[in-house]
Design a protein around this ligand. Structure first.
Ligand code: HEM
Length: 207
């Protein structure tokens, strides 16, 4: 076995700050949206906390983006182009894992994600999260951004997009930790997101 340094410190700081912030955003967001059913803190506290945590996570997002752009390692997010590799990974999740097969994806510095992970993370980080932050920013001060809100079809449309992406991200939040545990050893990716290092077999064929 050898150890690969796949998650440098800025990525780990971004990730766990983001995960903790998401819990707060989901809870305060639920209270703001479903005031009748969810009353964790006062409405005002929920709104203030939602706004502040939102700004912290926007800054955190730029830590993630800045790290990948300035180090030139953003290529780990380049989508896999071979459909066969997506099918191979799906087959593994679908039944190979139950027969004790090895994960067909071999982690390397340039290919730390399997094709399905890579595509999902790309969609989340390049589309869903930025749109969520952007719509959140518009809703934070509708008067200030009124011309932009109108350009996107009005406050109802902006709000609808924010809520639909909230539902998607909440689903992702619960599914992603589970999917991250599906590999040869359940904790390998977790350890890598805590220590930075992932253990991989010496002789495994490249993915
Ligand atoms: C309690 C909540 C969470 C847990 C336990 C968790 C766990 C993990 C683990 C174990 C990994 C490493 C697996 C891998 O490299 O694929 C990972 C990576 C990742 N997670 Fe999470 N996660 C959580 C929340 C989130 C949230 C809320 C988001 C985004 C909205 C997110 C986005 C990502 C991304 C984009 C990566 C790849 C990071 C990179 O190396 O660039 N995670 N997560």
């Amino acid at each position: 076995m050898k150890k690969l340094y796949v998650n440098p410190l800025p990525i780990r700081i971004w990730h766990w700050t983001n995960a903790a912030g998401f819990v707060l955003l989901m809870l305060t967001g639920l209270q703001i949206r479903y005031l009748d059913q969810v009353q964790l803190v006062s409405f005002k506290t929920a709104v203030v906390a939602h706004n502040w945590v939102g700004f912290v996570l926007i800054a955190d997002y730029f830590l993630w983006l800045g790290f990948y752009l300035f180090t030139g390692t953003i290529k780990v997010y380049a989508p896999e182009l071979s459909p066969a590799k997506y099918l191979r990974q799906l087959r593994y999740y679908g039944y190979g894992i139950f027969r004790g097969d090895h994960d067909p994806h071999q982690v390397s510095i340039d290919h730390k994600f399997n094709p399905l992970q890579g595509m999902t993370y790309l969609m989340v980080m390049a589309v869903i999260v930025p749109v969520q932050f952007f719509t959140g920013l518009l809703l934070w001060d509708i008067a200030r951004f009124s011309s932009m809100v109108e350009m996107f079809g009005g406050v109802r449309i902006v709000d609808m997009v924010h809520v639909i992406f909230f539902i998607f991200l909440t689903g992702f939040f619960f599914l992603h930790p589970f999917l991250s545990s599906l590999s040869d050893t359940p904790w390998a990716h977790y350890k890598a997101m805590i220590t930075g290092y992932e253990e991989v077999e010496d002789e495994a064929a490249p993915s």
